[in-house]
Design a protein around this ligand. Structure first.
Ligand SMILES: Nc1ncnc2c1ncn2[C@@H]1O[C@H](COP(=O)(O)OP(=O)(O)OP(=O)(O)O)[C@@H](O)[C@H]1O
Length: 480
């Protein structure tokens, strides 16, 4: 029995056919994974199912009947909950206030809202405080909060656009336990991911989109990983994620006994990043990663201690839109951190032609699709926005680079390309601070690993000594 489906759904945007006659069905009690390379049409499919967009032509069916949701709120009234890729919570408000905002059709008293949220959180075993300003939660926690928000509104279908992108392996496993419990209770779950291990861990059914079409669909047990990868992105590039390094040099970024509070505080933290070195920072989300990244990048002044840099510091923030100019064309996001360079100005006025030429070249070099500098940034798929941001930041051979979750939302091919880019930057002398939720990528590209817990460094070791059990113990708050 199908609860929600796309029937021969197409959607065209000015430069692309995002969906082309797609059939996709979600069933109660089933976890369905939606896969595909960046730009394949996954978010478009989910947005249509959630009432944020409409197929043209094509149909959405609910319980077998054609429907046309007027909005996301309307879809939610029919039991369709969405956890979007870019969070939709209002940061200044608490989760309880966000719930009141999401239900304009009824009066929601704050105490009742908090109670409903607590109940929903208990159902899925999540510890969220409904009365904390959502801006003060880490990205992973905000996504869990959105999940709880949908459940508090009685969603019987959950559409999750990359719910695990900002989560580490332990939090991901927890989330899957919750999703399985929801499915067992009859909820239908459709989620987007780029990680095949997650498909194996939780999905009953898999659909792969490629260039807006269904390239494969069926039971997860009927397909192997190699076939899935080939169907998604073709053959993987054979690019190295280790480059011969020049000797590791002097420190390019030094934090000495810094403390800062950006929601998840850091205390008395000291860390040096040397030229030509990749320092990987691991930890369970919400243990000071954001504060560390913001302080290291020079965005937030530490409340105590000192920060020293020796040259330019590139920064990829955890939330990609914080590093882009969402309201403007791609070309401006491509140059924003370099606009002061003389080549972009003519007699004191910005030289649009020079900006466009630079942006065109940057998009081509970093495989951002579509490679059109005139498109609004928000019309790029999430993964392509990420490639633009990381490409721009590493492009200029900075002295240091602070990268917070640089491969978030990237398909396997692009993630591999970004890791090679990081390795190349380090080989060229950049000192990289890689703050990541993914132990696998840290292990692959870092020289040294630092583990954060409770806002403090609780362990540090050469990447060559990487030991899963040790990392698990340290991230859980143990001492070395
Ligand atoms: N509002 C829009 N206007 C123009 N083009 C758009 C718009 N929304 C999406 N697109 C384009 O449609 C295509 C599919 O985008 P979509 O976001 O669905 O991809 P995706 O598979 O979710 O990618 P990712 O894995 O990177 O998130 C992309 O080429 C994207 O640039």
């Amino acid at each position: 029995m199908t609860v929600l489906e796309l029937c021969s759904a197409s959607r065209r945007f000015p430069r692309v056919q995002a969906l082309d006659r797609v059939d996709l069905a979600v069933r109660p009690g089933e976890v369905h994974a939606l896969l595909g390379e960046n730009g394949a049409g996954k978010s478009t499919a989910i947005r249509i199912l959630a009432g944020l967009d409409h197929p043209d032509p094509g149909e959405v069916r609910l319980d077998g009947r054609a429907v046309r949701f007027a909005s996301r709120t309307d879809a939610l009234r029919h039991g369709i909950g969405l956890v979007p890729q870019t969070e939709s919570l209002v940061g200044e408000l608490t989760l309880a206030e966000n719930l009141a905002l999401a239900e304009p059709h009824r009066v929601v008293r704050r105490r009742a809202a908090s109670r409903r949220l607590r109940e929903a959180a208990t159902t899925v075993g999540v510890a969220v405080d409904p009365d904390v300003r959502t801006r003060d939660l880490g990205r992973g926690q905000r996504q869990l909060a959105e999940l709880v928000l949908a459940l508090a509104q009685d969603a019987r279908v959950l559409l999750l656009d990359e719910p695990t992108a900002a989560l580490g392996p332990y939090e991901t496993r927890d989330m899957f336990t919750r999703l399985r419990a929801l499915a067992a209770a009859g909820v239908a779950v459709l989620f987007i991911t780029h990680r095949l291990a997650e498909v194996r861990a939780v999905a009953d059914t898999v659909t792969v989109l490629a260039h807006g079409r269904v390239a494969w669909s069926g039971a997860g047990s009927d397909v192997d990983d190699a076939t899935l990868i080939r169907t998604m992105v073709g053959d993987l590039p054979d690019t190295p994620t280790r480059e011969p390094r020049t000797a590791i040099g002097a420190p390019v970024l030094r934090l000495a006994a810094v403390s800062a509070d950006c929601g998840d505080p850091i205390h008395d933290l000291s860390l040096d990043v040397h030229a030509g070195e990749v320092v990987g920072v691991l930890g369970v989300a919400g243990n000071g990663q954001r504060a560390l990244a913001e302080v290291a990048a020079g965005r937030v002044r530490p409340a105590g201690g000192t920060r020293t840099e020796t040259g330019s510091v590139a920064y990829v923030p955890e939330t990609r839109l914080d590093g882009l100019l969402p309201g403007r064309a791609v070309r401006w996001s491509a140059v924003v951190s370099r606009l002061r360079e003389p080549r972009f100005a003519r007699r004191g006025v910005v030289d649009r032609g020079a900006v466009t030429r630079f942006a065109t070249d940057l998009l081509a070099r970093h495989d951002v699709r579509p490679p059109d500098p005139g498109l609004p940034v928000l019309t790029l798929s999430g993964g392509n926005q990420q490639k633009l941001l990381v490409g721009r930041e590493l492009d200029n051979g900075p002295a240091a680079a602070v990268l917070h979750g640089p491969t978030q939302g990237l398909d396997v091919r692009s993630a591999k390309e970004i890791l090679s880019e990081i390795a190349r930057a380090a080989a060229g002398g950049t000192g990289v601070l890689l703050v990541s939720a993914d132990p696998g990528e840290v292990r692959e590209v870092a020289d040294r690993v630092v583990v954060l817990s409770g806002g403090r460094v609780v362990g540090e070791f050469p990447a060559a000594d990487f030991d899963d059990a040790l990392v698990r113990r340290l991230t859980a708050g143990g001492d070395e």
